[in-house]
Design a protein around this ligand. Structure first.
Ligand code: HEC
Ligand code: HEC
Ligand code: HEC
Ligand code: HEC
Ligand code: HEC
Ligand code: HEC
Ligand code: HEC
Length: 410
């Protein structure tokens, strides 16, 4: 349909659309609060995004399964559907150093208020505009003040199904500005006012929430146009075939978000990298070259996997050996264990001298990729309590005798 339209028809189409959107904003301007718009942005590389709904016509199965994933749901406009936690009409209180924060619902909207500890005077009231985190471990809230974006002091922690003080953010007076170095791993695209992405002022219309198809495949309006009415011809299709890239380039696509913070931006800004680029030319970590033992299990699956014997001794192992990027696979241990067996047949032979019962060898990952407490996702529930932390599965595949012995005792 689109490919048959001439350029001028396009311009007319968008002009009509703009007028329609304008009318919407004009008539609803006062009472309707529009967090981010539905119009689609243009990437820094000049390519227009198409949006995942435009993929349904030809990739329906992938789309249906993708919208179930933690990636797709990792950021959204805050609504009763996207917010975890119990909203039962009462306000939930979280103590800060210099105030008392509350999360409350008013009609369709959600707010964080902060009152003085001594006088109950209202010090701040911010709307929960965006929610970050699908809720596997927790959720944080972002709020616009004009076009400036901030993180709120309260978060939700799934492990205890309750609201907590966001890690490392104990007071209200120092608001935490949100820049590209925060949103880069949780949205598909957002255009910062600053070309390096270091301000917290955004073009709200440019937000594409969730990690959608085009975060991993690059902006694909041209592919949609090319394929519309042309499903058989393959030459000239601008889409990148990921399985034809080198292992490093395939991994770089995941590694941009799964190798620690990568806060040193060498080139352009955090959204400039697209699949097929070399990530090391764009960004690196402060802890680059740090010994493997110190790698935190949170967020650096790449650093850990790369240090594993499995990775060092095989040409093919990559993130997608075990993870189908379009599928929600959390908890599917049969799937993951079957991946180990593809390279390590006959597990009995591997454990001949271990004294382990052969019947108990099926859950490979429980012993060779055990759970460790995250150093970054933890909370102290009250002053004297021990820290409660989220368990993360290490990607340093190896032999963990102590863990095995301990699990055996339990
Ligand atoms: C009008 C049909 C159509 C639409 C719409 C469409 N595609 Fe495609 N796409 C195709 C066809 C046909 C192929 C080629 C399949 C093949 O060669 O096996 C393809 C190939 C691809 C590939 C490469 C597959 C490979 O072999 O590596 C990706 C990635 C892709 N599409 C993503 C998308 C995304 C993301 C969208 C939405 C933004 C989209 N497509 C919209 C028809 C479409
Ligand atoms: C370098 C990429 C990266 C950056 C930057 C980043 N995150 Fe994350 N975040 C992740 C990854 C990856 C996970 C999943 C945790 C894991 O490694 O298992 C995650 C998990 C989370 C979760 C829990 C999600 C869930 O469903 O359990 C929240 C909440 C969160 N991040 C908030 C933030 C906020 C707020 C910021 C900005 C201050 C931020 N993140 C910056 C990559 C990042
Ligand atoms: C988290 C990153 C990620 C997201 C999000 C993602 N993909 Fe993919 N996609 C990949 C990777 C990686 C491959 C290559 C898989 C492989 O080599 O095993 C791939 C392969 C494909 C292929 C070709 C192979 C196949 O399975 O048919 C198509 C078509 C495709 N993706 C379409 C989509 C569409 C449509 C969406 C959104 C509905 C989407 N992808 C979302 C990472 C992603
Ligand atoms: C734009 C950043 C980004 C990219 C690119 C990305 N991820 Fe993620 N990934 C995240 C974030 C953020 C989360 C946490 C989502 C949540 O729960 O809110 C996550 C979660 C995951 C999870 C846990 C899913 C679950 O069900 O809890 C896996 C596995 C994963 N990613 C693998 C991959 C693989 C493999 C690739 C490459 C094909 C990839 N990711 C690309 C940011 C990214
Ligand atoms: C792509 C193939 C491949 C996959 C998949 C794979 N491995 Fe490996 N693994 C290897 C290779 C190659 C070695 C090097 C030693 C060898 O040749 O046996 C290795 C070594 C190991 C070692 C010895 C580690 C050490 O430090 O001495 C363990 C344990 C192991 N793998 C367990 C696993 C488990 C568990 C899984 C599934 C989560 C897995 N592997 C998946 C190829 C693989
Ligand atoms: C040898 C298999 C294997 C490979 C290769 C692998 N993973 Fe995983 N990954 C797993 C298993 C097993 C889990 C635990 C799944 C679960 O708990 O349901 C996991 C979980 C995750 C999670 C969620 C972490 C958590 O504890 O919540 C993320 C994120 C992730 N993987 C990203 C990656 C990335 C990025 C790569 C490539 C650098 C990668 N994985 C390579 C097997 C693998
Ligand atoms: C109950 C815990 C446990 C389970 C389950 C388990 N392993 Fe192991 N595995 C070990 C221990 C402990 C060792 C070290 C034994 C030794 O050195 O004799 C080991 C050793 C290995 C080695 C290294 C052998 C060598 O000689 O280098 C590989 C590879 C391996 N396991 C793969 C697997 C695979 C694949 C599975 C799943 C089919 C699996 N393991 C299940 C505990 C376990």
């Amino acid at each position: 349909m689109f490919s048959k339209l001439s350029k001028s028809a396009y311009i007319l189409f968008f002009a009509v659309l703009l007028v329609a959107v304008g009318i919407f904003f004009f008539t609803h301007g006062e009472e309707e609060y529009v967090t981010v718009s539905e119009s689609l942005p243009v990437h820094y590389n000049g390519e227009q995004f198409a949006g995942s709904e435009s993929c349904i016509a030809c990739h329906q199965e992938i789309y249906q399964s993708h919208i179930q994933t933690a990636h797709y749901n990792t950021s959204a406009v805050a609504t009763a559907e996207t917010l975890k936690g119990v909203f039962d009409g009462t306000a939930h209180t979280v103590e800060l150093i210099d105030g008392k924060a509350q999360i409350l619902q008013e009609g369709e909207d959600f707010f964080q208020t902060i009152q003085s500890k001594t006088s109950d005077k209202l010090l701040d009231k911010s709307r929960l505009d965006l929610v970050v985190g699908s809720g596997v471990k927790g959720q944080s809230y972002l709020s616009f003040n004009g076009d400036s974006l901030y993180q709120l002091q309260v978060s939700y922690f799934t492990l205890i199904d309750d609201f907590i003080n966001s890690p490392g953010y104990p007071n209200y007076k120092f608001s935490r500005a949100v820049t590209d170095n925060c949103v880069k791993c949780h949205v598909t695209f957002a255009k910062n006012e600053n070309p390096k992405g270091i301000s917290n002022v955004y073009d709200r219309k440019s937000f594409m929430l969730g990690i959608d198809c085009e975060r991993c495949h690059g902006p694909l309006k041209k592919h949609v146009d090319f394929r519309t009415g042309n499903v058989s011809q393959s030459a000239m299709d601008p889409v990148i075939r990921i399985d034809s890239l080198s292992r490093q380039m395939q991994m770089d696509n995941c590694v941009q978000c799964h190798s620690g913070l990568r806060a040193i931006q060498i080139k352009d800004n955090p959204f400039s990298f697209v699949v097929g680029d070399q990530l090391d030319k764009y960004a690196k970590n402060y802890n680059f070259g740090r010994p493997q033992a110190e790698l935190d299990v949170h967020g650096n699956q790449y650093g850990l996997l790369k240090s594993s014997e499995c990775f060092k001794n095989s040409e093919a192992l990559s993130c997608t050996t075990c993870h189908n990027p379009h599928k929600k696979q959390r908890g599917d241990y049969d799937h993951f264990n079957s991946k180990c067996m593809e390279c390590h047949a006959a597990p009995q032979d591997l454990h001949n001298n271990s004294g382990l019962d052969n019947a108990n060898l099926t859950d490979c990952i429980s012993c060779h990729m055990p759970l460790f407490p995250s150093q970054t996702m933890k909370v102290r529930l009250d002053e004297n309590a021990e820290e409660t932390s989220v368990d993360i599965r290490t990607h340093l595949i190896g032999i963990y005798i102590e863990q095995v012995l301990q699990n055996g005792k339990e």
